[in-house]
Design a protein around this ligand. Sequence first.
Ligand code: ARG
Length: 400
Amino acid sequence: MAKRVILAYSGGLDTSVIVRWLVERGFEVITYTADVGQGEELGEIPDKARSAGAVEAIVEDLREEFAREYCLPTLKALALYEGKYPLSAALSRPLISKKLVEYAEKMNADYVAHGSTGKGNDQVRFELSVWALNPNIEVLAPVREWEFKSRDEEIEYAKRFNIPVKATKEKPYSIDANLWGISIECGPLEDPWQEPPEDAYEITRSPEEAPDEPEFVEIGFEGGVPVSVNGEKFRELYRLVEELNSLGSKHGIGRIDMVENRLVGIKSREIYEAPGATILYEAYRDLLSLTTDRFSFHYFMNNVPHEYAKIVYEGLWFSPVREALDSFNDKLSENASGTVKLKLYKGSVSVVSRKSPYSLYVEDLATYSPEDSFDHVAGMHFTKVYGLPLKVLGRVRSGK
Ligand code: ARG
């Protein structure tokens, strides 16, 4: 009996060549393609997969599951890798891995396969996710071991087996896209001293080209979940993110250019476009600070965003630590209901106002007007006691 493998299939050159390469090595290949909001037409995928040699091609719409189960918890963690990257590519891998495992179990396949290289993060994310869910499944990564040394050699191989190859001149970039953001690397971006050429960006307008008038947007949240944009309710979270992606793109928001530390020890220059995520992070951070007491908010900010980002980036999605942090973040988000108003203007997004039924901002405590109810004498005593350690230190240091 042929060995059966479920391959994560994008329909591009690499994964199409992988299909044939596996068939040539005695595998029966079933391809799996997910719609995670990459904005590509997936209608032709089954034909493509079959003409490359697959016996079956599965295509699934995972946009809502991706938005709710992966993007939303990451938003609630305000996780940004190395303070900048909202983890878009890193988030889709565990979801796709989960589906590969489910289909492998359903269809009696002992193998799953992916198209990641040996020097990226994605191999780690795929493999750790698969093993955490089913350690008996073997993961194949043909690109790490095959004989092709260039794209041209792959194209030659594809032609030999009548695998259709797009004739169009490909851009020099390697792109990974989904609802939460787009990652772009390679080509001219490999020189970190070179400003990204305008054609590297897929969806955002440049801030220079953005409208000269600012635009305001109001985002409504219920228990930490974004539910409306400018008063319009969205039942599907992925549609809300799409709406913010197009609003943000128009204003040049969410372009990120960074040199990041990969898991395998190298630094790489990447650019990202994440307009919707960037707007949502700004909004959620502001609302959370409004509705969370100081002790909990500081604990959260000091301990969660960076740690959570590392967990996601480093392939540990299916780990108890991520689940435990989710519980913590869900607790804080219980009160994160309300509305945040933001101003979008030439590449920048800033919160201009916010309100919440659970707001901890108390006007008569904060005001400097005659309505002030704050106990100023208590402030004097507080300062005296709170400052005592430094007063003592001052005495010892100065000898007075
Ligand atoms: N560096 C990013 C990450 O590790 C993006 C990688 C996505 N792949 C790509 N072909 N651009 O999450």
